[in-house]
Design a protein around this ligand. Sequence first.
Ligand code: GLA
Length: 430
Amino acid sequence: MLAFRIVSRFLARIAPPVALSLAACGCVGTADDPLASEAAALSRPPAITPPMGWNSWNTYGCAIDETLVKRQADAMIASGMRDAGYEYVNLDDCWMATSRDAGGNLRANPATFPSGIKALADYVHARGLKLGIYSSPGPETCVGRGLLGAVQDKHPGSAGHESADAQAFAAWGVDYLKYDRCTATKQEAEAKFALMRAELDAAGRPVVYSINPDGAPSSKPWSTYANMWRTTPDIDPTWKKGFAQGWWSAGIVDILDLNAPRAADASPGHWNDPDMLEVGVTKSVLGGKATLSDSEARAHFSLWAMMAAPLITGNDLTQMSDATRSILTNGEIIALDQDALGAQGVRIQGDGTREVWAKRLADGSVGVALLNRGRSTTTVSVTWSAAGLGSANAHVRDLWAHADLGVLARGTSLPVPSHGVVVLRASAAP
Ligand code: GLA
């Protein structure tokens, strides 16, 4: 019933022709027949919960090729990440040749993706995964702007080729498009994002549509067009950079503060995107060091889950430390992120050092994250009423210790390590 309500809400918010065809086929979320799994996957509304997957950018920047991407897909399976819910294998910038072909068609770089994108999509589909791709509404993608420091070749964006590119993505079997403003102007951005939405619908293959407006204004909420929209500058594998106006990269808590006020914009099928995960990333693609400790990485992952953020990893999946793997595959934290209610968690208390975050969940329980932004261990307190539970007593489970804490009256106070979290799930108890 709940699933039906969520799907109905989703259908009410997407373009009428798509909503009608999904509703008319009666296939939304119903097919259990494994033989119909490809058809079922195609008919399910994309991103009804926050998308989970891997993207090439945070570790590899432009240094990608088809062998590397296939290895990441294989590692997603071997590491248990596919079983934990990760699904998308996403190419970021630089997968394409530096120019279109003589007919104006977008094509893969023949040196690095000689088999082409269709073959790569077939490879990941055969393993129960999905393929994502990257383009821009401008004439060029972002990397040609000197993003990586060293001079990089310019790569074509989709400006003026939206229809052909959307058709090509569908023909190749692409399941996810990251569409990054880059060289489109702020003034034209909304119309360009809307245009690609229409062309993706016309091409007829369901895709997760992930946009990066990069500060452009819009007359309608970005959820009108997209499944997810970036709310922040580029993430860096650092706890805090001290975001200032005009900076284009930010640390974990800088991004937390930028994404938190957007909570009301999230709902099933539509997510704020505080950028991809830096858990286990060992070097900043932007040039600096990666400095996240395991405790900071645990906090980063937990807070992204509390904010119902897409969980798109950016690390090398073939070489994960035990700590990284256990963070990324913590099913109890992932369940907070993927909860069917689709409510983005909010900060309910904060004194600059100690914070409490609460996320309403579909079964009436609440996720509670106690965050310590300070330099030494401190005690953080919460009451169940402040967390919105509506019950004085709560069954409480610690989602990192994987331990039941029993029934706790009124609330609790727990020690939280520096730059760390304790994450609880509290359900009403008599
Ligand atoms: C922008 C985006 C990044 C990445 C690069 C690629 O900076 O924010 O996530 O996609 O472009 O050039």
